[in-house]
Write a protein that binds this ligand. Sequence first.
Ligand code: HEC
Length: 158
Amino acid sequence: MARNARFAKGMLAGLVAAAGLALSIGASVASAQTPQQAIQFRKGSMQVQQWYLRILVQMIKGQRPFDAAVYLKAVTTLEMLSGSVSEGFIPGSETGDTRALAEVFKDSAGFRAAVERFQGEMKKAVALARSGDEKAMRAEVPEIIKACDGCHERFRSR
Ligand code: HEC
């Protein structure tokens, strides 16, 4: 308990320091991030998602041992990234070095629905991982893939 409290205090101090740093960087830049930075951000995030999805796929295909802790880390990371997935699609980032279709910006309700579907799926995957039910955890991986591909089919060019 006391250790947790100390840990929480340390975390808080770290967050306060990080916020201070962010503010000072913000003050020197004093403008929004550019469309090119947004495109790099979303592609980078997608690459990280691909990394963790691949681990899950390899586990259910028997290409790596099933490991509940590795599974939990992968889905927790994906769940976290699902929370910021829409942030990279800022106005002005429709064009450039991108495969995002114009639909992302034209059908923002549809895009939001695809983001929410992904977020919901990842919340479910984390809950299953915490339950430790291996069969359910395995069955969840194709559902995650469907949430990724469901969005790609409609909002990403080939
Ligand atoms: C809500 C929509 C949406 C969801 C959900 C989504 N993606 Fe994407 N993804 C996109 C769009 C749009 C692009 C094109 C981005 C660009 O080129 O600017 C993309 C691009 C990618 C790319 C190519 C990145 C690059 O370097 O060009 C990969 C890999 C990828 N997604 C993997 C995933 C994985 C894995 C998941 C699920 C775990 C996922 N995506 C979920 C919309 C989505």
